[in-house]
Design a binder for this molecule. Structure first.
Ligand code: NAP
Length: 538
């Protein structure tokens, strides 16, 4: 017998728990289904050494409760994974959310039932739910790539995936360790593992740009200051392009003198992390402007690396800064000056297979005790397309998105009524502070649900026309940027066979919010809102 709920949420990470809290506060019955044994989403899985957020802690935290904001004390500018996980657990306890979360519950199928206008959701252990609304809060980087090299099963040591970090992870002390992959995960763990391992080999396919985090403990004074001005800080974040609070310099990088630009880059480099990309308004829009930033970063990398050959290999080439997601690091490049660290360039000498004792490249064999895959995720759509999601007329989301994801506002998909995606493709998502973007969307959905409740509307479906126009707009905005020049996970290039479609909305969180506001102000003209007598109004 299916459990009846007003709102069924898939996922109990940041987005799922905020959805749960908000929709429950509206008096709706809510359940969140979480596949793993604990809440926390990616912060529960990505437990690798050095894992931390590269959005500042005060901004990568919920804004919905001023008491929570005031009570919680972040210890560092960029919180570590354990601190973030304990924050999520604190929130779950403080707002009594756990009783609505079903752990160890992996959704295998969700089907829209035309007869009742509701969603029938099934888990892989045979349980089912009947829900008026389906909220997919499954994360954009939550399905790890299952990278597997030939011969892997014969390796005598241990293989670990960064995004499925085991709770019984081995001690690296005295071990020969390999890391494959130099995205944010590889960049974060490299300095930390290098400090304890007997030897660390980093297998790099593509050198990427990285900005120093300038991480530091948060002093009492800083904490008091943020908390005294928290509303203004939140508003500044909401009104900044990426939701990080950085407002781009209104000038082009090409409008200023070399000296002025150098000084501005230097200031940003020493403090801003991701904000470096906004030192000038056109760094992500204009190639020549971007070249000035790339050249500055490459010079900074060169200053940090002693060996000329290693320096050359670590220098990004062939793509504009920022068009693959840059990392924010704590001593990554300097780590390659250590005598126990080796950089292995697999663009020159690809990995051919694993052996019993380690990794074979086209030119050499390397022996290891532990090999870590930090090879990333099936981004944006991986977790959304894992379960069978079946909309009107039996059409699955996989079929609907076979040429790439389409949506209106990244939130709703035509043919899938009463289904909403949190920070999905077509929204600012991974080009923004995803926590801020989630809260924006969830608050907007709460208003939509109230609007519908007051009018006894129980079926909400984005129109085909609104979806078409939004997809065109997302593409137009992307065309204005440099992002399309580089194969990246923003474009689906991380997975063989994935459609090459630019997935996040590059118009910024403020620009995006204007569309949300307009949609509400016009009485939701991009959606068909109907009263069906098939289901009670929730
Ligand atoms: P990623 O950025 O996608 O990087 C994957 C790395 O693995 C790349 O260097 C890639 O090389 C390499 N790779 C992929 N497949 C490979 C293969 N078969 N053989 C060898 N190398 C391979 O993944 P990630 O580092 O896990 O980070 C993903 C995203 O998660 C980040 O961009 C960020 O959004 C998020 N993240 C955030 C934080 C944070 O907030 N602190 C921390 C970690 C991750 P190519 O570039 O050549 O493909």
């Amino acid at each position: 017998m299916a459990v009846q709920v007003d709102v069924l949420i898939v996922g109990a990470g940041f987005g799922g728990l905020r959805s749960l809290h908000t929709f429950r506060s509206m008096g709706l019955s809510v359940v969140a289904l979480e596949a793993s044994e604990a809440i926390g989403g990616v912060w529960n899985f990505n437990r690798y050494p050095g894992a931390r957020c590269d959005v500042e802690s005060y901004d990568y935290s919920y804004r919905f409760s001023e008491e929570l904001e005031q009570d919680w004390r972040w210890s560092e500018r960029y919180a570590t994974q354990p601190e973030i996980l304990s924050y999520i657990n604190h929130v779950a306890d403080r707002f009594d959310l756990r009783k609505h979360v079903e752990l160890n519950t992996c959704v295998s199928r969700a089907a829209f039932d035309e007869a009742s206008g509701r969603w029938i959701v099934e888990s892989d252990d045979g349980r089912s739910w009947n829900a008026g609304k389906l909220i997919l809060a499954v994360g954009q980087l939550s399905t790890p790539k299952a990278t597997k090299y030939p011969g892997q099963d014969s390796f005598n040591g241990r293989i670990i995936y960064s995004a499925q970090w085991p709770k019984d992870a081995p001690d690296f002390a005295g071990k020969r360790v390999a890391i494959i992959g130099t995205g944010s995960s590889g960049v974060q763990m490299t300095p930390v593992i290098a400090r304890v391992a007997a030897h660390l080999s980093v297998f790099q396919r593509t050198a990427n740009y990285s900005i120093p985090a300038a991480n530091a403990p948060v002093s009492e004074e800083e904490d008091l200051e943020v908390k005294a001005n928290y509303r203004a800080r939140r508003e500044a974040a909401r009104n900044s392009p990426s939701g990080l609070g950085f407002v781009p310099n209104g000038k082009s990088a090409l409008e200023v003198s070399d000296e002025e630009r150098e000084a501005a880059f230097e200031t940003a480099w020493n403090r801003l992390g991701f904000g470096f990309a906004l030192t000038y308004k056109d760094i992500l829009l204009d190639q020549t402007s971007n070249d000035t930033a790339s050249e500055f970063i490459c010079r900074k990398i060169a200053e940090q690396v002693d060996d000329p050959d290693v320096r050359e290999k670590l220098t990004p080439k062939g793509f504009p800064f920022g068009t693959r997601r840059p990392s924010v690091d704590s001593g990554y490049f300097q780590t390659f000056n250590r005598s126990n660290v080796t950089l292995i360039d697999i663009s020159e000498s690809p990995i051919t297979c694993f052996t019993q004792s380690g990794i074979r490249t086209s030119t050499s064999d390397h022996d290891f005790d532990i090999i870590i895959y930090a090879t990333g995720f099936d981004a944006f759509t991986g977790s959304l397309l894992k379960p069978d999601i079946v909309g009107r007329n039996g059409v699955t989301l996989r079929e609907k998105w076979s040429a790439g994801p389409t949506s209106f506002l990244g939130l709703g998909v035509n043919g899938f009524p009463n289904m909403f995606i949190i920070v999905g493709p077509g929204s600012p998502s991974l080009l923004s502070n995803v926590l801020l973007s989630s809260e924006e969307q969830i608050d907007w959905l709460a208003n939509l649900f109230e609007y519908c409740r007051a009018r006894e509307i129980n079926e909400i479906e984005v129109t085909a026309e609104a979806e078409r126009e939004w997809v065109a707009h997302v593409n137009e905005r992307a065309q204005e940027t440099l992002y399309l020049k580089t194969p990246s996970y923003y474009l689906g290039a991380e997975m063989p066979g994935k459609p090459r479609v630019f997935m996040p909305y590059s118009g910024g969180v403020r620009g995006y919010r204007r569309f949300l506001e307009k949609e509400a102000e016009t009485g939701y003209e991009g959606m068909t809102l109907s009263r069906s007598d098939r289901q009670a109004v929730a």
